[in-house]
Every structure is written in C-alpha cells, then in structure tokens.
Design a protein around this ligand. Structure first.
Ligand code: FAD
Length: 437
C-alpha cells in the first residue's frame, strides 16, 4: 500500500533525524514520525552540539546557510559555587569550531529541513502509540489518529523495520519488550531549564563574550543546594540558557520541587547579578536518562532497533548526548541497510547493531561510568563540602598580602582539616581513582 515504508523512525530528535538522513542518502524509503508540531517543537532548551558527529550527516557543516547554531564554544569549564562566592575554571579552546551552543527548537527544525531535502518523509504532529505485529515480528506502527477521523491519512503504517528514537520516556521501547518496567527515580536526572534574555549588551559585559565567542559552563555546588547534580549556563546568540539538573530520587526523597531549586539557584548573589534585568523567554523541564549500562535496554528485537536517549546513551561526566544520539542513529542505519539488502529483519540479523555498538566508545564509556551514580549518591559531600573548602582556601590564598605565608598555609590546612580532614581528602582521591581504574 501507499502507507508502507522500508523503515519507520519514531521521534525527530538528533538520533532519529541522523538515522533518517543516513538511510535516505542510501536510497531507502524512510518515514520519520514526530509528535511535536515540528521537529524540535518539543525540545525548547539549548545545549552544546559537537561538529564531529554532525559532520557525519551534514558534511558541509559548518559552512551552511542558514546556520543552525548560536555561538561557537570558545570557553568552557566549571563554576564551583560555594555559599559565599564562586571559583571559575575556564578553558579557552584552541579549536572553537569543535562545538557550538544551540537551541534545539531551531537546530532540530533545521536538521529536519535538511532531512527532507535528502528524501526523508516526515510526519509531524503525529504520535505513535503502538506497533503492528505479525507473530513476534514488529511490522509497523499504530498512530493516535482516531479511526473516526475521516480523511485519507492512515492510522496504521507498515514497515519492514521500526527504529525507536523516542527519547528518554521510552514508552514504545517498553511496549516492544526491550526493557522491563519504567525507569526508577535514581536512573534519571530532572533538568529545569530557562532561556533568559538579558538587557542589550549585558551578556557581553557580564560574561566577557564578544561576537563569535561563546561560553559553555557546568556549575556545581550551591547551585543544587549542595545536592548531587549540576547546573549549566550556555551563551546563545542573544540569550542565555540556564538550568539545574538533579536526580529525580533526590527530589522525591527530600520532597523538593524542582522549580524551587531553580529559583533558589537564581537567588545566589553570583547569578542574581548576572541575571539582573533578565526576562524569561522559555521555561521547561526535561529528563536526562542516566540508567547507564546497568539499565541498558535490549537494543534490537524482531523488526525493531532502539537509538539515542531511549537507550540511555548519555555521558553525564563528559556532557555528551546529542553526539551519541547521532552515532547510534548512524549505526542503526547501517544495520538497517544491511538487513534491507538481505531482506531479513529478524532479531538475529538486527543483532549486528548491538555488535557495532559494543565495539564503539559509547558502550565502553558506559561501562567505565557504570558505578558513577552510586558513587555520587554515596559521596554527596563532593557537592557541598568541597566547593566551600575550595572557595575559602582560595580566599585566604588570594588575600595573603602583608602576612607571614606560613600562617596562611596553616590556616588553609586548618580549613581542609575542619571540613573534610586530610585523611578524608586522601580517601576521596583514592576512591575517584578506583572508580575509573
Ligand atoms: P530527543 O531529542 O529527546 O528526541 C526524541 C523525539 O521523539 C522528540 O522530538 C519527541 O517529541 C519524539 N517522540 C517521543 N515519543 C514519540 C511518539 N510516541 N511518537 C512520535 N514522536 C515521539 N547533550 C549534549 O550533547 N550536549 C549538551 O550540552 C546537552 N545538554 C543537555 C541539557 C539538558 C537540560 C538536557 C535535558 C539534555 C542535554 N543533552 C545534551 C542531552 C541531549 O539533549 C539528548 O541526549 C539528545 O537530545 C537525545 O536525542 P534523541 O534524538 O535520542 O532524543
């Protein structure tokens, strides 16, 4: 029928779009279904995108018009926030073309325009709610359009292969039997994010960015009230993206409201000053899948593959997500292409996707970080004691003029001893070492 495709992709984020573009370039008849008004319509916020992965699907990037990103990341680093102040660790990048800040609504939409040009069929404003089955083989998708809806658009679409790029909520991944039960509160981080418009010229003055310079900063410490989690600050062309991410479990256990935490973070003197006169343009919340290797779904089944956030492919320590989504999309597309050539869409054939994945650094990194979450829950003092200790020690160091320096050094050791103990610090370092080796 007209409503049959080689491949149906569910979800128009970076994973689904990358997969679709790669397949369409090879001449595959592929339909991408997105429930949002347009691709990116459900993704308000911004973040960092990495050129290397993007070039795999858009080789001409960054020489593209219109340009989908905001600013190149010329400085990145950490703000370590204590109650009293902040220690900024900023690294100036030698290769600013490596990464760009982006607003997803704009970026995803641009990528979907590119996908359309490459021949991907895109159905926006359409939600996939179920699968078509033939025995244990998935043979298509069911849309949420009511049967009574009298027009020529279908409620069912058949496909040789369905690729799930539905993002963190992974409802269909569960329905396909690839993961058991919903994620647990300790497996996801809830990020509250805001796009702020500062008065004209204020961003440049307050953050020291000039045209074509951009900042991407992770924030730890008092920003999450000393709880395990991070904040983030990205400079867009004319706005700032700012937010706080914290494990859902922490919010539930402490009965905290995420927006209260976000508001509290904005009340810190550092950010109060930075955001003075700012206007909120967008505000929302999104989950980040951090179930890691231990919660990894099965990546393939009969007639189905899972990519991107639905599989939990993020690396919180190295701020990776969109690039992993793209790479998994490419790996799935290669597998889909081989399956089409073979004319076999059984789990046995589709397993090559998992084989490819297991050879990639994405899988190896997930293994490397397998105990990180538990480590952070066990060692939450990294987010509370250390920022204070660092700030107070540096305060002494930077105002040591006119004093006998031995006293200053002793005082610094006194702070460390009082806050964590020299033995405690040593133990922490050893534990960090043990986590990765
Ligand atoms: P998504 O981008 O979530 O896309 C899934 C799409 O599927 C959505 O458009 C959704 O509407 C659609 N969909 C879902 N269900 C259905 C359905 N049933 N039918 C039809 N459509 C459906 N990554 C980085 O690399 N760098 C960063 O700086 C960064 N910062 C981040 C900051 C925050 C606050 C958050 C929340 C995430 C951040 N990430 C970052 C992670 C990154 O956003 C994700 O890893 C990436 O978007 C995953 O892409 P995806 O295509 O798998 O999923």
């Amino acid at each position: 029928s007209d409503f049959s495709f080689d491949v149906v992709i569910v979800g128009g984020g970076p994973a689904g779009l990358a997969c679709g573009i790669h397949l369409a370039k090879k001449g595959v008849k592929v339909l991408l279904i997105e429930r949002g008004r347009f691709c990116g319509g459900k993704n308000l916020f911004g973040g960092v995108i990495y050129s290397e992965s993007l070039k795999e699907i858009v080789p001409e990037f960054p020489k593209v018009d219109p340009f989908p990103a905001e600013r190149p990341v010329t400085e990145e680093g950490y703000f370590i926030v204590s109650k009293e102040g902040v220690v900024k660790i900023l690294h100036t990048k030698k290769t600013p073309e490596e990464s760009f800040t982006a607003l997803r609504a704009k970026f995803d939409n641009w990528l979907s325009e590119y996908a359309l040009k490459k021949g991907v069929f895109i159905a926006p404003k359409t939600k996939v709610v179920d699968f078509l089955w033939k025995g244990s083989q998935i043979t298509g998708v069911v849309l949420d359009r009511p049967k009574s809806f009298q027009d020529d658009r279908p409620t069912e679409i058949s496909a040789k292969l369905v690729i799930l790029a539905e993002g963190v909520n992974r409802v269909l991944t569960e329905k396909a039997g690839l993961v058991y039960g919903p994620f647990k509160p300790e497996e996801v981080v809830l990020a509250v994010k805001e796009v702020l418009q500062l008065p004209k010229g204020a961003m440049e003055v307050r953050l020291g960015v000039s045209e074509n310079k951009g900042l991407a900063v992770e924030i730890i410490g008092e920003i999450t009230s000393g709880l395990p989690g991070t904040g983030f600050l990205y400079t867009n062309k004319t706005t700032l993206s700012f937010g706080v991410g914290i494990f859902l479990k922490t919010l539930v256990d402490l009965n905290l409201k995420p927006y209260e935490l976000h508001e509290k973070a904005k009340e810190h003197s550092i950010f109060k000053e930075l955001f003075q006169g700012a206007e909120t343009l967008e505000y929302g919340a999104h989950l980040i899948p951090e179930w890691g290797i231990k919660g990894l779904p099965k990546l393939y089944g009969n007639g189905v593959l899972v990519i991107g956030d639905s599989a939990g492919l993020v690396n919180p320590l190295f701020r990776e997500g969109t690039n992993l989504a793209i790479y998994s999309g490419l790996m799935a597309a290669d597998t889909a292409f081989s399956a089409l050539e073979k004319g076999d869409f059984s789990a046995k054939t589709l397993k090559t996707y998992e084989d490819r994945f297991k050879e990639s650094y994405i899988y190896k990194d997930l293994i490397l970080l397998k105990d990180l979450k538990e480590f952070l829950f066990r060692n939450s003092h990294f987010f509370s004691i250390y920022p204070d200790m660092l700030y107070q020690s540096l305060s002494l160091y930077f105002s040591a003029q006119g004093r006998y320096k031995r006293d200053v050094i002793r005082e610094i050791f006194g702070i460390i001893r009082k806050k964590r103990g020299l033995f405690g610090v040593l133990k922490d370092f050893l534990n960090i070492g043990r986590l990765f080796w």
